[in-house]
Design a protein around this ligand. Structure first.
Ligand code: MG
Length: 640
């Protein structure tokens, strides 16, 4: 038999767990795995060696039936140094993608380590997660294919508007499985998701639990796929919550690039997705469907008793990468702080720990950094009375004198298009003006007969705008009922309010003539409207940028394509590097290079609060975002 059994007497298991609160949650975790005589290929235990109830050292209680703990084939242990180890007998290799949004900490009631993830809600992210890659683990795949179970303990620490799926422990991509919180369409509930099909094509089986997780509460979840019975089941805190009938074979993620379990999110081919926010204390995989009877007996042996964290500050934000002076002040903004709250900073390797002198009110803590602090990464731990609450990590660069955080200008990407307002709409442009952001970006195309219209994509409702006369596209409607906006209507709105600039993107047309025509036509219209000082220009096509810069040497022109150094652009009169966050992350030196040349640096498109704060900390001049209102709030909180 393949599965590994550790035979224990139930009464002993319960007694040992309950007598030691520090071991309550993870009775298996603290054992030295090497002491456990297990061999996956051993057909039977040595008949001469008494085990469990027959062991003379452990007399049997006649009242209790024998209870066998089933060993997982993957069992996450979160180490003090921030890494993760599989402590099951499989000892699968795990990669830790270290980062500022993952903090390993010892929960006083849990006894063991757990991991706090401080990503932005549901975001795609490139670090701060653990990865168990099974793409080359044939044996592991076989063990899952005939039925399996997942087990996790997790705590969700955020407001959940249900707009996104959030994944704690997951391996999904058009196939796969995991433990997650569903989005609104499935009720925002704790869910075991598996993919089982009779055709080989992806078929999601939703093991929804009906439980909307309370913020700060720890839940124990088991998801089971029983191939033989044709059932998926989900258990929360030891109770069966749902059974879904499903027949067929398990479908793995559609691409081998996603054949990995993410602890703290969900795999993408090149990054991680659907970020968890909150704690994960356990992540286990079993190669068999655990039965209801088993779980009923097993759950009490865990002795789970982690109190709900009832003082979690909300919307915690701070600059994760921060240039700061010795003795300077560091602000953490949020909601629900108290005047007695203290900030503790602890170096990543634990060698330095200090309580900061703090001033706190409901919406922020201002901490004065100690004089002896040096460059490096630190855990930020909030202390209230005797309770500790890790907020996340920060990277400090310490200098002699105070550095003021530069206030980046806010550019609304394709206008303000939240709350059902379409991109590139007049309504979105007006809304950006109402917010008084620095700029509102819009994309333009020219029709065959020379009319300029606003749209991001070149094709709308099957019509290629640049190959149509205006008559053919004029009745196309946006989601809010607006007609395809005319550029001239944008200029009319621009004229009414002289606060928000138009950041005009010329899309790349299929001939040089059209590219030239759209630029020349737009520039003349802007000139005629007397709006030269209210428009800045951007384009991916380098020739387009050069043409605008030649015609309007005084105007700010930005090149978008990310493949040229700042000095090269400036030589052609292009005064802004307007590059994606990925490009600038690969070439951080271009920020200072450009600014030293008197150029402007814009980064696009940055949306999550964490990323917005990161780029604010990098000192860029403009940030283009789909969340201009969030960026304004962040700037207000952190830039003096
Ligand atoms: Mg654009």
């Amino acid at each position: 038999m393949k599965r590994l059994l550790l035979i224990l007497c139930c009464i002993l298991a319960v007694t040992s767990v309950n007598s030691c609160s520090n071991d309550e949650l993870t009775p298996d975790n603290d054992k030295d795995i090497n002491e456990t005589p297990v061999n996956p290929d051993a057909p039977d235990e040595n008949p001469d060696e008494p085990v469990g109830p027959e062991d003379p050292q452990e007399p049997e209680d006649p009242q209790q039936p024998e209870f066998q703990i089933i060993r997982p084939i993957f069992d996450a242990q979160f180490n003090d140094d921030g890494t993760m180890t599989d402590i099951s007998d499989s000892r699968y290799h795990v990669n830790t993608f270290d980062g500022l949004y993952m903090t390993t900490w010892k929960h006083p009631s849990y006894g063991g380590n757990l991991v706090r993830f401080s990503h932005s809600y549901g975001e795609t992210f490139s670090d701060s997660y653990h990865k168990f890659n099974y793409s080359m683990e044939k044996d592991f795949k076989n063990r899952l294919s005939d039925g399996y179970s997942l087990e996790a303990i997790c705590m969700f620490d955020d407001e959940n508007d249900g707009s996104l799926e959030i994944k704690a422990f997951s391996s999904m991509e058009s196939g796969g499985t995991g433990i997650m919180i569903s989005n609104n369409s499935k009720g925002k509930v704790l869910t075991f998701l598996t993919n089982v099909s009779t055709t080989g094509k992806s078929n999601w089986v939703w093991g929804t639990s009906g439980i909307v997780p309370e913020r700060g509460r720890y839940y124990h979840i088991i998801g089971v796929w029983d191939k033989e019975k044709g059932e998926a089941k989900v258990y929360v805190d030891g109770e069966l919550k749902n059974t879904v009938k499903t027949y067929g074979e398990f479908v793995f993620p559609s691409t081998p690039a996603c054949h990995w379990f993410c602890i703290g999110g969900d795999p993408g081919a090149t990054s991680a997705q659907a970020a968890w926010k909150g704690d994960i204390a356990m992540a286990r995989i079993y190669d068999e469907p655990l039965t209801e009877e088993y779980i009923k007996n097993y759950y009490p042996t865990l002795g789970i008793n982690i109190p709900k964290s009832d003082f979690l500050p909300e919307n915690v934000m701070y600059l994760t990468t921060c240039n700061i002076a010795k003795g300077g002040s560091f602000v953490i903004s949020g909601w629900g702080f108290q005047s007695s709250d203290i900030l503790i900073i602890e170096s990543d390797n634990g060698s330095y720990r200090a309580e900061c002198s703090c001033q706190a009110n409901e919406i922020n803590i201002t901490a004065t950094l100690p004089e002896d602090i040096t460059d490096g990464r630190y855990k930020l731990i909030m202390k209230r009375n005797q309770d500790l609450y890790p907020l996340g990590k920060v990277k400090f660069t310490i200098s002699e004198s105070a550095i003021e955080l530069k206030e980046a200008k806010v550019i609304a990407h394709r206008g303000y298009h939240k709350d059902g307002i379409p991109e590139n709409s007049i309504e979105g442009f007006k809304k950006a003006q109402e917010l008084c952001v620095y700029g509102s970006e819009l994309d333009v195309w020219i029709t065959l007969d020379g009319v300029i219209v606003c749209n991001h994509d070149g094709v709308m409702s099957g019509k290629t705008i640049q190959n149509c006369n205006y008559d053919e596209v004029k009745d196309l409607k946006l989601g809010n009922g607006e007609k395809l906006p005319l550029f001239t209507d944008v200029l009319t709105e621009l004229k009414k309010s002289k606060v928000t600039k138009l950041i005009l993107e010329f899309k790349t047309h299929n001939t040089r003539e059209k590219n030239n025509l759209v630029i020349d036509t737009a520039l003349k219209m802007i000139d005629d409207a007397g709006l030269n000082d209210m428009v800045e220009y951007i384009a991916f096509d380098y020739e387009n940028c050069k043409r605008i810069a030649a015609a309007r040497p005084e105007a700010m022109v930005g090149y978008l394509n990310g493949d040229r150094k700042p000095a090269d652009l400036l030589a052609d009169g292009i005064r802004s590097i307007d590059y994606s966050s990925g490009t600038l992350a690969s070439h951080p030196e271009w920020i200072k290079e450009a600014q030293d040349l008197g150029m402007i640096v814009n980064v696009w498109t940055v949306n999550s609060d964490n990323e917005l704060m990161k780029w604010l900390g990098e000192g860029v001049d403009y940030i283009t975002t789909d969340n201009p209102d969030n960026l304004q709030a962040i700037i207000k909180a952190f830039c003096k």
